[in-house]
Design a protein around this ligand. Structure first.
Ligand SMILES: Nc1ncnc2c1ncn2[C@@H]1O[C@H](COP(=O)(O)OP(=O)(O)O)[C@@H](O)[C@H]1O
Ligand SMILES: [Mg+2]
Length: 323
């Protein structure tokens, strides 16, 4: 059984101008102990996907369709209170985008961690539990007595990760946990997530716009474009043999230090508006391979380690080309 199985997930924001389809038919499977990087440019729906998985979408956002199975249990059918009681923090936790800057300034680290333990009626040794969580994120127990303003950016990010793993969930979603940090600290936070993956045997879902960073941790990569995962596969396959034209462009755009190709690659055009979007491929206007059929629907074809949502990989078209 998969750890996580998401199918046909749709989450929209009901705006005055019509529904904004931020997550529009996402399919995703994660085996136990597998980690995935969800990569896409700003506005592609990554955070919306994370919050939809976590029952945390705020109005006007709402999950409208699809199923989310965690260990075979459908989370979409749960009431908010059932989800809070059984799943949040305990089985699945999320470090929300920008959470490190949203730590409550008037409470010490310890009281913010205690709050979570209280919420779950934790009856063990709270001091020990907090010490362990801090230790797991590479912080000394003395940090518990500090206020957020006394901590560096890297330390604050470690604190929000400590909060997320306090109740020992087996799936952790981390939304852009490195964005506000310098390059060295970024690497350290990724190292930390890796150690949680290996030592605590957690499944990590790392959401980032940085395709280069994700290679350090993810077994799998999902490429998000305009509300859809356009390609999912083993990390090695995505890097070496990207299939979707958008993925290919993204890979080309990663600056390579030692490459002789000094040209900066960028993708012409802009992603479409997600309001009143059509059923055709969202990359259509920017794609040099666009065909008529692409305007109508988006297919999904299996690949060696996942799938690609592009008509170029239609087995019938491949046959015609004699491939
Ligand atoms: N609260 C909201 N109300 C309306 N639209 C929103 C809201 N939050 C996000 N969106 C829109 O949803 C789309 C996806 O946003 P988001 O999930 O934040 O993308 P990403 O995390 O990839 O940058 C964007 O078009 C964004 O403007
Ligand atoms: Mg985001």
């Amino acid at each position: 059984m998969s750890k996580l199985a998401v199918s046909g997930l749709k989450a929209y924001y009901f705006t005055e101008r019509g529904p904004l389809k931020a997550v529009d038919g996402v399919n995703l499977e994660l085996a136990d102990r597998e980690s995935i990087g969800i990569v896409g440019e700003s506005g592609s729906g990554k955070s919306s996907l994370g919050t939809a998985l976590m029952h945390s979408m705020q109005a006007p956002g709402k999950v409208v369709e699809g199923s989310i199975l965690l260990d075979g249990v459908d989370l979409n059918n749960m009431t908010p209170s059932e989800f809070s009681r059984k799943i949040r923090w305990k089985k699945m936790a999320m470090v929300f985008q920008g959470a490190m800057n949203a730590l409550d300034p008037v409470y010490t680290v310890e009281s913010q961690l205690l709050e979570i333990l209280k919420e779950h009626g934790y009856s063990g040794d709270t001091e020990e539990k907090i010490k362990n969580a801090l230790d797991s994120v590479g912080l000394d127990a003395s940090v518990a007595k500090k206020y957020p303003h006394e901590l560096s950016g890297g330390m604050k990010q470690r604190i929000v990760i400590a909060m997320a793993i306090l109740m020992e969930p087996d799936l952790l979603i981390a939304d852009e946990p490195t964005t506000a940090l310098d390059v060295i600290m970024q690497k350290k936070i990724i190292e930390l997530l890796k150690s949680l993956r290996d030592e605590r045997k957690m499944n990590i879902v790392l959401i980032t716009h940085d395709l280069a960073l994700v290679s350090l941790i993810a077994d799998k990569i999902g490429i998000m474009y305009a509300g859809q995962l356009v390609e999912v596969g083993a990390a090695g396959d995505i890097y070496k043999t990207p299939k979707h034209p958008y993925t290919k462009d993204l890979i080309k755009a990663i600056p390579r230090l030692h490459s002789t190709d000094k040209k900066i690659h960028f993708i012409p055009g802009r992603p479409p508006s997600l309001i009143n979007i059509t059923d055709g491929c969202r990359f259509y206007d920017r794609c040099s391979y666009a065909m008529d059929i692409c305007k109508k629907t988006v297919p999904e074809f299996p690949t060696a380690s996942g799938y690609v949502r592009c008509w170029l990989y239609d087995p019938n078209i491949q046959k015609e080309k004699g491939e």
